[in-house]
Design a protein around this ligand. Structure first.
Ligand SMILES: Cc1ncc(COP(=O)(O)O)c(C=O)c1O
Length: 399
């Protein structure tokens, strides 16, 4: 046992060796699972998107730091506002009883998921967000001998983890209508460990139909899984893939409360899969990552998830505000990818880097571009007033 792998069970070591990892890589994997996916230099993808400097910061020199700068933040795909009110109230009540470890919060959470998703309780696990389980899933099902297949462009966390652990990553362009090209994905690596489908896809905000996911499940190699990331699905209001997990297919459905539910800083997520698929991912940490969660976050998630009317209302508010900006882009003949979620890719027809800098000069932090499309920026739909500022800047900057 190496120093870095001290503390890993023999079972864990044997599993890694069997799957083609060298003893040298044990330390990397242990670091990843112990310290979280940030270790794989993936923080840039998920979290470090709000780093633009605040143009008003000089005036504030010496003042106590605030959590979010005075910039208009429409770049990190967060929700423009906090948790749904019933969830926030329940979380506040849970803070008052925070002296106790836990009682029924976890069960209540699982029951809420069961009620909404119509899946067995055995198939549901809560997590602190979705990045952590995503990293565990990649480590568990990919290896030096079984790769990861992704669309290009897509959310980079899974490929960052795969590259970090030495697994092959195959990138497949989206179809002309921005779906995941599942047939090309299978052809790209017919023996991959994980086929990652993000729908709505980040950064395109486009939907891959569940019929395509079903095709992939029916045709993929034995021992592999489909990782279905539905982080933005509540903003899309489309049919979801949890029924495939309830049917015990080789699929893990990944959800987060960081988007429509406005809980990015509270760190809550969940997986839906037949139990043995997830148990394999939990042998590295004594199950602490899923079982030791902060009660206020668990309670807030449970109460929020069942608020069908408030969810629909928040989605409608986002669509209303988003459509005003899209109408402006139409009027100015600026191209964009038609979105089904709370963000959209705009084609400036010039380097997105320069456009981002120009917006920053106006106090607005827009999103980034992806290497495949250097002229496109991702814009997150903010509040009505934040999007008013965006719209005004589009005109002022003569874009
Ligand atoms: C598609 C997608 N999946 C997962 C995540 C991870 O989010 P979190 O760890 O906050 O649940 C993000 C974050 O932006 C995302 O865009």
């Amino acid at each position: 046992m190496t120093e870095a792998s001290a503390g890993l069970s023999e079972d864990f070591e044997a599993d890694l060796t069997r799957r083609g990892y060298s003893r040298r890589s044990f330390g990397r994997i242990f670091g990843l699972l112990a310290a979280g996916p940030g270790v794989a230099s993936v923080a840039g993808a998920a979290f470090a998107q709000t780093t633009a400097t605040n143009p008003h910061a000089k005036a504030d020199a010496g003042a106590a730091p605030t959590a979010v700068s005075a910039m208009v933040h429409i770049g990190a795909n967060e929700c423009w506002t906090g948790p749904l009110e019933p969830g926030a109230k329940a979380a506040a009540a849970a803070v008052a009883t925070g002296n106790r470890y836990t009682s029924t919060q976890r069960t209540d959470f699982v029951n809420a998921v069961v009620a909404v998703e119509k899946v067995p309780a055995s198939h549901v696990l809560p997590w602190a967000g979705s990045s952590d389980p995503m990293a565990r899933i990649v480590v568990t099902y990919c290896s030096p001998t079984r790769g990861l297949v992704i669309a290009n462009p897509t959310f980079e966390l899974a490929p960052s983890v795969a590259r970090y652990i030495g697994a092959k990553v195959s990138e497949v362009p989206l179809t002309a209508d921005y779906r995941h090209d599942v047939k090309a994905m299978l052809a790209a690596d017919p023996n991959a460990g994980v086929y990652y489908i993000c729908t709505p896809n980040n950064p395109t905000a486009t939907i891959t139909p569940l019929a395509d996911v079903e095709w992939l499940l029916a045709n993929k190699p034995a021992g592999s899984i489909v990782l279905l990331d539905e982080a933005y699905t509540h903003f899309a209001g489309v049919p979801v893939g949890s029924y495939l997990a309830a049917q015990d297919k080789d699929i893990i459905v990944l959800r987060t409360f960081s988007k429509l539910f406005g809980m990015a800083g509270m760190r809550m997520g969940l997986t839906i899969a037949r139990p043995e698929l997830m148990m394999k991912t939990m042998r590295y940490d004594g199950q602490m990552a899923s079982f030791a969660l902060p009660n206020p976050s668990v309670v807030c998630g449970a109460v929020s998830l069942v608020q069908a009317d408030l969810i629909a209302k928040r989605r409608a508010e986002m669509v209303r505000v988003r459509d005003r900006s899209l109408a402006l882009l139409d009027k100015r003949k600026i191209g964009y990818i038609p979105p089904a979620a709370n963000f959209f890719m705009v084609d400036w027809k010039k380097p997105a880097r320069d456009v981002k800098a120009a917006f920053a000069g106006e106090g607005i932090e827009i999103g980034r571009s992806w290497p495949i499309w250097p002229n496109l920026s991702r814009i997150t739909v903010g509040s009505a007033s934040e999007m008013d500022a965006f719209n005004a800047a589009v005109v002022k900057l003569n874009l």
